[in-house]
Design a binder for this molecule. Structure first.
Ligand code: SIN
Ligand code: CO
Length: 378
């Protein structure tokens, strides 16, 4: 990735400048980030996705503040006839992870790889009828809101009070204090850092693409890492049993010996001290493919001869010692490591690059092809 070249997508900033000045810090409005943008999916294609039971979708209907239930939220799948008519104002259909199901949206997502893959989450597409929105709220993650079709008026504010209204089926700020307002046209994009209050209202029907990110919560990360490491400990740690030849006669038999507590602490320290175990478990967990992904096994015969690319659902990452693909870890060295990391970074290896793999590494990539994790280049 060329991080010092100016990008139209970032309003002429280079990825390096954007990350330094705006990422995780302050909003940025980019007019014509994608000049002359046309929606990548027709409205009917989005509705077809929302009808599938392997795609997550939501319907938000806004009845207005005076109504008994100002907001209603329903979860998909949605048959076409169960959605309100397009002419009816005030409803939004939100379809999650469209990049997993559509090559054009996946290609859009690829343009945001100046942010590490471990942080990139998905591309959500919303269709909104006239006047619709999901109310004033904040998100916990960074987001790029790309206007794909029609117009949307965004109001944003950096308020500290993020109290939510009680009893609502979706997150609605109790006291929204907008400070800035922008009318976005097709091709315009608004970047918002986490916890920035925002409210978007469709002006006529519109479609918005949210390029969203993920950031692990430290407690959840500790829980999943400890659990993941526990499963690997038997192989990673030397076996040692508690010994107490110096134990004095117990005047207070119910009291836990201090040495036993220290032994337990040492056991945990030994486990956590192994940097490879921690790094391997983290990489395996970060590269887990989303639950909705299903890989179609395939014939690899011609695969490596033509070159390979990652399947849309595949997550591939690496660190200094390992390569991670779809929740599994591998070690590689020398030229193989260099080529496999290239596959992870550029998402493909051409025929010439494949021909430089060692027989062992070529065999491994052949297995990834068989599993449907890789696809043969056309
Ligand atoms: C939407 O597309 O309607 C909502 C996006 C957002 O506010 O995060
Ligand atoms: Co939002």
């Amino acid at each position: 990735m060329q991080v010092d070249q100016p990008l139209a997508l970032l309003g002429g900033l280079s990825p390096a400048q954007f990350m330094k000045r705006y990422w995780h810090k302050k909003p940025l409005l980019i007019r014509q980030a994608i000049p002359g943008m046309q929606p990548l999916l027709e409205r009917t294609e989005l509705l077809d996705l929302a009808a599938r039971d392997d795609v997550q979708s939501r319907l938000v209907i806004q009845q207005g503040a005076a109504a008994k239930r100002p907001w209603t939220l329903r979860h998909g799948p949605f048959a076409r006839r169960s959605l309100p008519p397009f002419k009816k104002p005030g409803w939004t259909l939100l379809v999650q992870s469209v990049d997993l199901f559509d090559a054009r949206v996946q290609a859009l997502r690829e343009q945001f790889r100046f942010v590490p893959d471990a942080r990139l989450d998905d591309v959500m597409i919303s269709y909104a009828s006239d006047g619709a929105g999901v109310g004033p709220h904040f998100d916990s993650y960074d987001v790029f809101l790309l206007q794909a079709h029609g117009q949307r008026r965004w109001r944003i504010g950096r308020q500290k009070d993020l109290t939510l209204q009680d009893g609502m089926p979706l997150k609605i700020l109790a006291d929204f204090q907008p400070e800035q307002e922008f009318l976005l046209e097709a091709g315009d994009m608004l970047y918002l850092p986490p916890r920035y209050a925002h409210d978007g209202e469709a002006q006529g029907e519109c479609m918005t693409y949210s390029i969203g990110f993920r950031a692990p919560d430290q407690v959840e990360l500790a829980q999943s890492l400890l659990q993941g490491m526990a499963e690997q400990l038997a192989d990673a740690m030397p076996r040692k049993r508690y010994r107490d030849p110096g134990q004095a006669a117990a005047a207070h038999p119910a009291q836990i010996p201090f040495d036993l507590q220290a032994f337990a602490q040492e056991a945990l320290h030994t486990a956590l001290r192994d940097p490879q175990l921690l790094a391997r478990t983290l990489g395996e967990q970060l590269s887990e493919p989303p639950a909705a992904v299903w890989f179609a096994p395939q014939e690899s015969a011609a695969g490596l001869r033509k070159g390979v690319c990652l399947d849309r659902g595949t997550r591939m990452l690496y660190d200094a010692q390992h390569v991670f693909i779809n929740g599994e870890s591998f070690t590689a060295s020398g030229r193989d490591a260099q080529l496999v990391r290239q596959l992870a970074d550029q998402h493909f290896l051409d025929a010439r690059q494949c021909s430089r793999l060692s027989p062992g590494a070529a065999d491994l990539l052949g297995q990834w092809l068989d599993s449907g994790w890789l696809q043969a280049l056309e």
